[in-house]
Design a protein around this ligand. Structure first.
Ligand code: C5P
Length: 223
């Protein structure tokens, strides 16, 4: 796996994180969760009382937040100004506010620069890295040797997410997912799309292990 980049893009709740973490730990690759970075930026905005729907205000303040992401697939960490925000970025407040923040060009430019630096480090050291997000193959790492587009039907994604969250309301969970899908796919800057050459895996009727197996097979074939 020397220096390999594995780009995994897809909709919210398609199983990207579980899949990527498992693949990375199994193959000894680094792991980068770019969604966690946008969530961390959103956490900072909420913490500082910035209106997340005011794109100009978000753009103006985004440079103040220092976001540092770990790359260990067995213990992902994310820090903002030195504070570990791994817990709070999964809460309802951040989840409901992240997509508008991620539409802001200045935020994306800042995050993409950080992501490319982490990817460069993992490739030059020969370790290789699994990177998950929405625009990895299309924008962040177009030269990735492996590109995966992971999706699942909204109802299946909502059911998994609701189970993860301890039986929260299914209809409400599906509504939030659909609204994030819509913003993520419809935005002007780096929308979620499947690029040419990507392997499309629809996980609706697959178990997590089956998805992991498919991605591992793709990575081994690229080595
Ligand atoms: O993957 P996750 O659901 O944690 O991502 C949270 C949000 O961050 C997404 O809904 C999307 O708005 C944004 N995101 C993005 N580009 C990425 C990763 C995430 O815009 N590469």
């Amino acid at each position: 796996t020397s220096g390999l980049v594995v780009a995994v893009d897809g909709t919210s709740g398609s199983g990207k994180s579980s899949t990527c973490r498992a693949v990375a730990s199994r193959l000894g690759l680094a792991y980068l969760d770019t969604g966690a970075m946008y969530r961390a930026m959103t956490w900072w905005m909420l913490e500082h009382g910035v209106d997340v729907h005011d794109a100009a205000a978000v753009a103006l303040r985004s440079g103040e937040a220092t976001i540092v992401s770990g790359t260990d697939p067995t213990a992902p960490t994310i820090r903002v100004d030195g504070t570990d925000v791994s817990g709070p970025i999964r809460g309802e407040a951040v989840t409901g506010a992240v997509s508008p923040v991620a539409t802001v060009r200045e935020v994306r430019e800042q995050m993409v620069a950080l992501q490319r630096a982490i990817i460069a480090e993992a490739t030059t050291t020969g370790r290789g890295i699994v990177v998950e997000g929405r625009d990895i193959a299309s924008h962040v790492a177009p030269d990735a040797q492996v590109k995966v587009y992971l999706t699942a039907d909204p109802a299946a994604r909502a059911a998994r997410r609701a189970a993860e969250e301890g039986g929260s309301d299914l209809a409400a969970t599906e509504a939030v997912l659909r609204s994030r899908d819509e913003i993520d796919s419809g935005r002007e800057t780096s929308p979620l799309t499947m690029v040419d050459g990507a392997a499309h895996i629809d996980s609706t009727h697959l178990t997590l292990d089956q998805v992991i197996e498919e991605v591992v097979t793709l990575v081994r074939a690229a080595e």
